[in-house]
Design a protein around this ligand. Structure first.
Ligand SMILES: [Zn+2]
Length: 127
């Protein structure tokens, strides 16, 4: 049986059509293989795009395991946000990530840019 947090993560993953809350890159939930095949990149590059449950209000700040507080974020974005002692507020973090993405940094390096541009196009259309 999946625990509550896993259930919330899977729900958020589906609601976001499998895209990271912060960087909008496609994530994988159960296995990295389909994503690696789809974008023709080695699994080692896809690993950071693993779907994780992200607490908008960080757990250490009293954030709860609830539907309103959980979004799906890739492992890369999630771990970077919580590297600092005080987690940056979600909206500020999101704009910071988007700035890095526009400069072709952050997770854009994981999937080659010609494949990435297609994703960017989809983003502009709002999926
Ligand atoms: Zn991300």
């Amino acid at each position: 049986m999946p625990n509550k947090l896993q259930t919330l993560r899977s729900k958020a993953y589906r609601q976001q059509n499998g895209y990271c809350y912060y960087c909008n890159m496609p994530m994988w939930d159960k296995s990295p293989v389909p994503l690696a095949l789809q974008y023709r990149v080695p699994i080692s590059r896809i690993n950071p795009l693993k779907c994780t449950a992200e607490h908008l209000d960080a757990r250490k700040d009293g954030g709860k395991d609830s539907g309103e507080n959980i979004v799906a974020a890739c492992h890369f974005c999630n771990s970077q946000r919580h590297k600092s002692k005080i987690a940056i507020e979600p909206e500020r973090y999101k704009s910071k990530v988007q700035t890095r993405m526009r400069k072709k940094g952050w997770t854009t390096k994981l999937i080659p840019s010609y494949k990435w541009r297609r994703i960017e196009f989809r983003q502009q259309k709002g999926y």
